[in-house]
Every structure is written in structure tokens, then in C-alpha cells.
Design a binder for this molecule. Structure first.
Ligand code: NAP
Length: 432
């Protein structure tokens, strides 16, 4: 029997478990550990609540969790409750699938002012992440700025602009729905430090903006090169650019605006105790296609600034870490220690990108420890003894299902569930 520990129960962790299960069948026990008693990481806490079709991928992970060789072990924080070297003693291989939950910083003056928040915090707040339940983002001003030209920036801008009615069928948490419903924000400015040809926004996500109930996107045609210049673009990007261009034809007849400000790099954030404005420098592209400041600056008033400029992984003691992710070579960090997903590659790609990534690492493990061979590790029994000695009480599959059933049973009309937003709520739901 082989024993494998996957740390992190998001898409990368589940695809890797699926691949290991396929490779080893009954010859392996696969434990998926998570610091929370409920799984699915990015699917639960990251994917926008109004994108339920993307969340449906969790049905595939449900099947993995239900398979005989796979166990979900929640409420265990690796690095705090158990170390990676200890896991390596107990398991034949340890795979880190912890994602990239931290915001990258802009590194400009004023970033610490009240009202400047990272997208991980804001997204966590509206998705019921327990660390951000008390975020209370300031929604009392008329203007917000979102920094970044990627899909996360789009998510944040869209969530700020939707009506209560548009959240029907979503699993946005109650506290965020109430706060957004009484928000005073009327203009969301999206700052892209480069131009429309350099956006990291995908067509489907951009297309949604043209159909919002109370908000309309706005672009400046002068930011765009002549239309012929779109021709050589990669098809997905070309589509994104053509959707952006089409925004010019939309009637500006809705109360809220989403203003795309391209070639605009924030250089300073100012305010008296809380953010009041962003000082932005006009940019142009240099020879390498990077943003180069032109020296011309202007200010964008805002009482809320959300930075959506990428994420980094949490370091774990005794695991080599550099550049926001674990140091690895094609997923291998050290002997019997691997990384998958954003912890391996950095925060890029779609949910589906994690599938080949997880399968590749599982293949590698299978070639190093061929199915049919056996190790002499203690696996989950040893882990449970160790945790018991430390007073840590792991949760299991049944606990997770009970929490989920309670969330679904408590759902308000129009929502698939009412998510618990605090760790102790999860534990109360299972009588802990
Ligand atoms: P991203 O796609 O890498 O976009 C980050 C954006 O931040 C880029 O526009 C980048 O501009 C900008 N940026 C970086 N540093 C900056 C700085 N110092 N100042 C100003 N702008 C800066 O990252 P993301 O939006 O966080 O998304 C992460 C991944 O999740 C992506 O693969 C994304 O597609 C995916 N995702 C998908 C969906 C969906 O499919 N619905 C939703 C959310 C996220 P430069 O290009 O100039 O560096």
C-alpha cells in the first residue's frame, strides 16, 4: 500500500487525487488535507458567486472524494498543526496544492491607507472566507478604482456594479449582498497599466459587462490602435479587444459606469487617514512591450481601491520558496515532495489548467514509485495519532457533508446556499 498526502483541496489538489487514484487503484490511500472543514478552496472562496456554472466543476471533485481510496481530512493546517517533514515521515509522497491566496502588493506610497484592499480580501469577503468576514469594505463613496486588467479585476468591478436582483441564483454571502445593495458606488474605474492589446481579460467575462442591469462599460477610443492592428492578435485576445471596442456603441443610459482607463499606472495613493484619490501616471509601451511612464500624471478620486494584480502562495516552513511559489522543477520540490497548481506554476491559467498539471505530477510519482510496489509508511493512522497528541481534531467527509447540508437548508430564497463565514460556525454545525 502507498500513502499519499495532498495538502489543499482546491482544483489542483482534486485533479491530482483523481490522477493518483486512477494510477494506483486499490494500491494507494490518498488523503486530501485542508485547513478548513469544507473543501474546494478556489471554487468556494475564489470563483465569483455569480459564476455558478464554473463552480459546477466541483461535481467532478465530489466523485473523487466519494471514491474508496480517497479521504478528505479537514481542520488541519500544515505548517502549524503538522510540519511537511513530519508528513514526509508518514506518507510516501506529499503534494502541496495550497494555491496562491495572498495579494501581490503594488509597492507604491499610500497602499496601506484605509480603503485600499487586495482582491484576495475583497473576493474572500463576498465569498464567505472566514479570514475576511470582517473586512467591511468602504462602499459609502461614489467612486471606486480597481487596479489590474485581468479577470479578477473584472470580477471585482462587476460585483461592485451589479444589482441585488442580478445576484439571484448566486451564492454570494448575506453580509456582502446587504452591503453591496446599499453601496453608493456609481463609477468603477479599471486601471490597466498597458493597453487594450495587452489585457488579460477573457471574452466571456468581458462580454458580460455589456448586459448589466444598472451599469454600462465605457472606453476611450483614443486608447485603441487602428482596427487593422487587431488582425495578428491571438484569436481569444482579438475577441476580447473587439468586445472592448464594441463598448463604444453602448448607450450611456444607466446609473452606474465601469470606466476602462488604459495606459494608466498608479504611482501614489493619497488621502487623510483613508483613501481619497489615486495619482496615476500615463504610460506608453516601450520596445519590450512593458509600460513606461510618460511623466504626465492625473488623479482619479476614489474612496475604495481594490488591487487585482496577481497572487502569491503562502510559504511553508522548511519548503524552498521564491518568487511567490515553491521552488520546483516540473512539480518536484525535493525527494517525495511535489507542488501542483498555483503553488507550482504561479497564479495563471483557468481551473482546467490544473488538470494536466496534476496528472503530470501524478505520472511522475507513479514512475518513481510504480503502482504495485509498497512502502512502509503509517499514513493516516499515524497522522491521526500525531494530531491527537497535539489536541488537533480533524474533520472528515461526513462532517463536511453535514456542514454543506446545513448551509443549503439555511439558504435564503434565490441562493443555492447560505455560506457559513466563520470557522466556529462550521464547527458548531457539526457539534464541536
Ligand atoms: P492576471 O490575469 O495575471 O492579471 C493581472 C493584471 O494585473 C494584469 O493586467 C497586469 O498587467 C496587472 N498588474 C500586475 N502588476 C501590476 C502593477 N504593479 N500595476 C498595475 N497593474 C499590474 O491575474 P488575475 O486577474 O489575478 O487572474 C489570475 C488567474 O485567474 C488568471 O489566469 C485569470 O484568467 C484566472 N481567472 C479566471 C476567471 C474566469 O475565467 N472567469 C476569473 C478570475 C480569474 P500586466 O499585463 O501589464 O502585467
Amino acid at each position: 500500500m502507498r500513502h499519499f498526502a495532498i495538502v489543499g483541496s482546491g482544483p489542483a489538489g482534486f485533479y491530482t487525487a483523481e490522477a493518483l487514484e486512477k494510477a494506483y487503484g486499490e494500491g494507494a490511500r490518498i488523503d486530501i488535507l485542508d485547513r478548513y472543514p469544507v473543501p474546494y478552496g478556489l471554487i468556494r472562496f475564489g470563483v465569483a458567486p455569480d459564476h455558478q456554472s464554473l463552480k459546477a466543476v466541483s461535481k467532478r471533485y465530489d466523485k473523487v472524494a466519494e471514491s474508496a481510496g480517497v479521504d478528505f481530512i479537514g481542520n488541519v493546517c500544515v505548517g502549524r498543526d503538522v510540519s511537511v517533514p513530519e508528513l514526509l515521515e508518514l506518507y510516501d509522497a506529499v503534494i502541496l496544492a495550497v494555491g496562491a491566496p495572498h495579494d501581490r502588493k503594488l509597492g507604491i506610497p499610500g497602499e496601506d491607507l484605509r480603503g485600499v484592499i487586495g482582491s484576495a480580501e475583497f473576493v474572500g469577503w463576498y465569498n464567505g472566507h472566514p479570514e475576511f468576514a470582517d473586512l467591511d469594505p468602504p462602499l459609502d463613496g461614489a467612486r471606486a478604482v480597481v487596479v489590474g486588467a485581468g479577470n479578477v479585476a473584472l470580477d471585482c468591478a462587476r460585483i461592485l456594479s451589479k444589482t441585488r436582483h442580478e445576484f439571484e441564483g448566486s451564492d454570494i454571502v448575506g453580509h456582502a449582498l446587504e452591503a453591496l445593495d446599499s453601496s453608493s458606488i456609481r463609477t468603477v474605474t479599471i486601471l490597466g497599466r498597458r493597453g487594450p492589446h495587452q489585457v488579460a481579460m477573457t471574452p466571456k467575462e468581458l462580454g458580460e459587462l455589456g448586459h448589466l442591469e444598472a451599469a454600462v462599460p465605457e472606453i476611450e477610443m483614443a486608447d485603441f490602435p487602428p482596427v487593422e492592428a487587431d488582425e495578428p492578435l491571438e484569436p481569444g485576445l482579438r475577441k476580447s479587444v473587439s468586445i472592448l471596442r464594441s463598448f463604444a456603441d453602448l448607450p450611456q443610459d444607466k446609473p452606474k459606469r465601469m470606466v476602462f482607463d488604459f495606459f494608466a499606472k498608479p504611482v501614489r495613493i493619497e488621502g487623510d487617514g483613508r483613501v481619497e484619490r489615486v495619482i496615476v501616471e500615463r504610460t506608453e509601451l516601450d520596445e519590450k512591450g512593458s509600460a513606461r511612464g510618460t511623466g504626465e500624471t492625473y488623479e482619479v478620486p476614489a474612496s475604495l481601491v481594490i488591487t487585482a494584480i496577481g497572487y502569491s502562495t503562502s510559504p511553508i516552513e522548511e519548503v524552498p520558496f521564491a518568487g511567490g511559489k515553491f521552488v520546483n522543477e516540473n512539480g518536484r520540490i525535493a525527494d517525495r515532495l511535489y507542488a501542483v497548481g498555483w503553488a507550482r506554476r504561479g497564479p495563471t491559467g483557468t481551473i482546467g489548467t490544473n488538470r494536466p498539471d496534476g496528472y503530470e505530477v501524478a505520472d511522475r510519482i507513479a514512475s518513481e514509485m510504480p503502482p504495485g510496489t509498497s512502502g512502509d509508511r503509517a499514513g493516516v493512522e499515524g497522522l491521526k495519532r500525531l494530531l491527537d497528541g497535539r489536541g488537533v481534531m480533524p474533520t472528515d467527509y461526513d462532517d463536511w457533508r453535514k456542514i454543506e447540508e446545513t448551509e443549503v437548508a439555511n439558504a435564503r430564497p434565490g441562493s443555492p446556499r447560505e455560506k457559513f463565514v466563520r470557522h466556529e460556525h462550521w464547527l458548531q454545525a457539526i457539534g464541536r
